[in-house]
Design a protein around this ligand. Structure first.
Ligand SMILES: [Co+2]
Length: 467
């Protein structure tokens, strides 16, 4: 999810595939040309688990949880004889289903989720006041539970997006794609989030963003609207988050079915990876922004006979993440600024970048993306409207300060909430988020990764072999 710049510019970036990663546990069925998935059977990726080096380290005995998985997998195997032969081995590791519905706890019973990509810093002496300040505190970011939860959220993101990348196809509605993503994330978390309090433990990190073409960010299908159907010529940006205990894994990618847009996607992916690579403890945010801009603007894309220089969006940015806060207060624009702010040890960043063939400047589109409780809003709302009070309670019990959309609210059975919501917005309790667009006829793309700055290296949690 992007941070909107109040005045001028912000940016985001992401990294490109560094082949040094080797812990990716996803079965190797990527790398097909775009569109090839259309001819693939829906179970196409299930059968090769035994050939994969799934580094989940549990090749030992089968836990009761795994035995359960075995039972559900049996049904699936019946439908696919070829695969069932390989599966009959008693100690076979549990595999993800297709579409993904097996909680990752059952795939990694020991809790050893794959580590993100590690990028070491260049050796530097770091003795800033900020660092000394941090060192005197408890380093929550070295805590094993914190790290394990972030790696788990990343694994859920990778498994879910793999399904999107292989199955999203022209003719589908954005609503169905969003529902598929959310069903996967909730199943893999093993938390439907329907009981009060459950959504605070884990769930979607923010409304699933599915943006087409000149829509740049913050579009999600709303209930009751006319279905938007994906077209062959579309550029689709997919931005979703997974949170565990309020720590949000925020990662995004862009898909196209027509190779025309390859350079647009390459520019943004390269820019994001450059941002991730440049980031580090004591690094000035302005230097990260400048590096992103230089890379992004070095690309051109030719679309139906016209050549465009890829422009970074000037008024969006990447951001740091705090617990239960998708935007922690620091912004990373995609164009250089005079901002002397530095990155610090222990900070989690979502580096994302957006590139566009339009103006490179976003404005509000019509409609609503989502809502979020203001962090500093009082617990006792100064409103008299009963429906607003009720809604406020529902939001606190199910989302806290996690940003949500109308679909997330309505699946809880909440109805007729618009008047109450408007009341909360007017009183500064809830903030509303709008869809953001560039000029009509333009195309935009986004890539994004979440990483942690540790003492000697950064860990890029969301890295996968796809991006
Ligand atoms: Co973001």
């Amino acid at each position: 999810m992007g941070a909107r710049a109040p005045e001028s510019d912000e940016s985001r970036h992401d990294g490109h595939g560094d082949s040094s990663r080797h812990e990716e546990p996803i079965p190797a069925c990527d790398g097909k040309p775009r569109g090839s998935h259309q001819s693939q059977d829906g179970d196409g990726c299930l059968g090769n688990g035994e050939d994969d080096d799934e580094s989940d380290g549990d090749d030992g005995e089968v836990s009761p949880a795994l035995a359960d998985v075995g039972a559900t997998q049996k049904k699936r195997r019946k439908r696919n004889k070829k695969k069932s032969k390989k599966k009959s081995k008693a100690n076979a590791p549990a595999e993800q289903s297709w579409p993904p519905r097996i909680p990752v706890d059952q795939l990694f019973p020991a809790g050893n989720y794959p580590k993100g990509e590690v990028q070491e810093y260049k050796a530097t002496a770091r003795t800033t006041a900020a660092e000394l300040r941090y060192n005197s505190r408890q380093k929550y970011w070295e805590d094993e539970t914190f790290l394990s939860n972030y790696r788990k959220a990343a694994e859920i993101h990778r498994q879910t997006r793999r399904w999107v990348r292989e199955t999203a196809t022209p003719g589908q509605s954005l609503h169905d794609i969003a529902a598929g993503i959310e069903d996967s994330v909730r199943a893999l978390l093993d938390n439907a989030g329907l009981e009060p309090g459950d959504g605070l433990k884990s769930g979607m990190g923010f409304p699933t963003g599915l943006c087409l073409n000149h829509q740049v960010a913050h579009y999600t299908p709303n209930p009751g609207q006319k279905p938007v159907v994906l077209q062959q010529q579309d550029v689709l940006t997919v931005d979703f988050g997974v949170h565990i205990n309020g720590w949000i894994l925020d990662s995004a990618f862009t898909m196209a079915f027509d190779p025309t847009y390859d350079n647009l996607l390459a520019a943004v992916r390269d820019a994001t990876n450059t941002g991730v690579r440049t980031a580090g403890v004591d690094v000035r945010i302005s230097d990260v922004s400048a590096a992103i801009q230089e890379v992004m603007e070095s690309y051109e894309v030719e679309i139906r006979g016209k050549t465009y220089r890829v422009k970074p969006i000037r008024n969006l940015s990447g951001h740091n993440i705090k617990q239960n806060r998708i935007h922690g207060g620091k912004s990373i624009p995609f164009v250089k600024t005079r901002d002397q702010t530095k990155m610090e040890e222990g900070e989690v960043f979502a580096i994302e970048t957006f590139g566009s063939t339009g103006r490179g400047y976003i404005v509000d589109d019509v409609g609503v993306y989502g809502y979020g409780l203001n962090h500093d809003a009082p617990l006792n709302v100064p409103v008299s409207m009963a429906s607003a009070k009720r809604l406020h309670k529902t939001i606190r019990e199910n989302f806290g300060t996690i940003v949500f959309c109308r679909r997330y609210l309505e699946r809880l059975g909440v109805e007729k909430y618009l008047a109450g919501m408007n009341c909360l917005i007017q009183n500064g309790v809830v903030e509303e988020y709008e869809p953001l667009m560039d000029i009509k006829g333009s195309y935009s793309a986004q890539f994004e990764h979440t990483f942690l700055l540790r003492e000697t290296h950064k860990e890029i949690f969301s890295r996968g072999d796809d991006y």
